[in-house]
Every structure is written in structure tokens, then in C-alpha cells.
Design a protein around this ligand. Sequence first.
Ligand SMILES: Cc1ncc(COP(=O)(O)O)c(C=O)c1O
Length: 362
Amino acid sequence: MKEIARKNIKEIVPYEPGKPIKEVERELGIKGIVKMASNENPLGPSPKALKAIRECLKDLNRYPDGGSFYLKERLAKEFGLEKKNFILGNGSNEIIELAIRTFMNEGDEVITAEPSFLIYKISVRIEGGKPVLVPLKDFAYDLPRMREAVTERTKLVFIANPNNPTGTSVGKDELEKFLNGLPEGIIVILDEAYNEFVECKDFPNSLDYLNRGNVIILRTFSKAHGLPGLRIGFGIASTELIDLMNRTRQPFNVNSLAQAAALASLDDKAHVERIKKLVREGKEYLYKEFDSLGLFYQKSDTNFILVDIKGDGRKVFEKMLREGVIIRDMNAYGLKNFIRVTIGTRKENKKFISALKKVLIK
Ligand SMILES: Cc1ncc(COP(=O)(O)O)c(C=O)c1O
């Protein structure tokens, strides 16, 4: 039969997102499900963001501001940079794609770690690049090995800092060592989707590297700001890199509700502090519970924890569904004995632990 898809497409393993609550309710016929599978914010968006969305509804007959003027102006103030240092995306996922499309030629190599955020390798393959996957060391990015993996064909490097699914961070010294002396023309993408939750003391201030080599920082409103449903994230980089990426961007890639909500959310620092506190306390509670269950877990700089459940993660995931808790098994990441759980509210964390106890002794 004649091949109808572009080359590479058939080899791509589709990304499997966390199961939506409604889907589990429909399939299992149970109510009161809690979702702790997609590293979301259980407190929801800021009330200020919700108000801004309501005010925006009447203008939905108009296209959004394709240049995101007010949001970029606000971000520039927030970071002490210029508007020209920012690019907005339909989630930070879109900026991953834009960076690949802008800078990578077919056949170029893109270095990242394995396991890390799956979208990097999927997006690279879609565009005909070659992902070079360097195994994690002790669940963390192994930057010296990644440095050794650099060749003449290397075009991009993705560093999820902190990493998904392990929750580990790369420290300042390690990162600087890696960046120093990297051949010219290689773009390093520092994906800081979980930045707000970092507790590691020597976490790098990535803004310091904006004018050193080619660094693009990614941030998102999907995690601490609780707006994943609207899809909005942003990239920070030199004006030169931003200008190039803007050429591959659709003119109205970020919708007006998302722009308004993000802008308002930046003004609600107290809301972000509330979620940070909830996550900090939730992690302490879960660490203790895992300790008492004798389970290995990776200490996390994010709002999720990777746990070794010493058995088939997929089975535990399925049994947990029947207990009304959606978590993530780690098969897609090659960690068959692990699950990943997002920190929920206190009530959700407790429900998760009691379900896990039940499931593990069954
Ligand atoms: C490391 C990492 N980067 C980026 C994203 C994507 O976030 P967004 O919702 O902004 O597309 C995620 C989402 O889970 C993530 O884990």
C-alpha cells in the first residue's frame, strides 16, 4: 500500500496523557475520582484570573492580540527584561516545537536525557531530527555525559530543570560547566516548567545565561498558576533567538482568555504562594508515608514524586483507578516498577495513600 504519512511519523509512539477524570468516571461508573496524574494545581486558577477571563468573554468575536502586548509588557517588568525577550506559546509545549522548527535541520542531532519529558523526542522525530538520549545518572541529568555526546551534528540540547518524571534538578556549577565551552551555534533549552516548586539551594538563575551562548528558558502557566486548560507558556531568550522563533509561530497562537488570565495571575502572588505551601507540605506528608511503607522515592523539586512500588506500575495504576485515584504508571518512560503521583490537596493525598496501601497488599 502507498505510504501516506510523512517519513518518521509511523515510528512515533503517541504521547499518552494522564487519564481525564470524566473518562474514568464513564469507564468505571464511579464518582468522586481524584486526579493526581498530570502535575496540575489542585487549588485551581487564581480568582483574579477567573475574573479576567469573564471580562474577556464578550470580546471572543475578535482575534486575540497576536503580539500579546500587555502580557509581554508585564513579563518584561517581572523579569527586568524587554518585551522582545519573550515569546508566548500555546503551552510551553508549543515553544518546544517552535524551537525545533526554527533551529533544527533534518538529520540534526538533539541531545536530551532518558527518561525525561517525552515531548522533546517526539517533537524532534516529527521534524526529522535525531534524538540523542543520554541515560540519567542516579535519576538526574548526567551533564558530563551529555557534553561528551555533542558532535558536529548537534543542534539543540533540552534540559528539563527540574526533570519530569524524576523531579531532580541540575545545580548551578554543573550547568555552568556544561554551558562553558559548548560549541557555538548549539541552542540549549532550559525547560523550567516546575521552577516555582524548586527547593534545591544551588538551583541556577537561568536568566544569568541569556547572553551567554544560545539559551532559551521555558516557563509555563500550567503548573503553579493552575491554567493548563487554557494552554499558555512562554520562552525567554535573546532578542535574536526570539525574532527567529517568531517567524515560525502562527499569528494567533495564544488565545485571548489565556493572555488575560496569565496577566491577572501574575498579579496574584499570594495564590502561587498557597500552592507552593500545599506542595511543600504534601511532599513532606507523602515522603513520611512512603518511608513507613518502605518504598523508595526520589526527593522532588517539583509538584510530583516518582515512587518505586517494587512491582508492575501499570497494574498498580489500574487498581488505583478502581479505588478512585488517577496516577501515572511509568511504562512510557521505561520505568516499569514506578509510579508518578502529583501532590494533591491534603484530602487527596490521604485518599491516595489509603488507596495505595490497599492496592499494595492486595
Ligand atoms: C518538563 C515539562 N515541560 C513542559 C511541560 C508542558 O507544559 P505546558 O502545559 O506549558 O505545555 C510539561 C508538562 O507536563 C513538563 O513536564
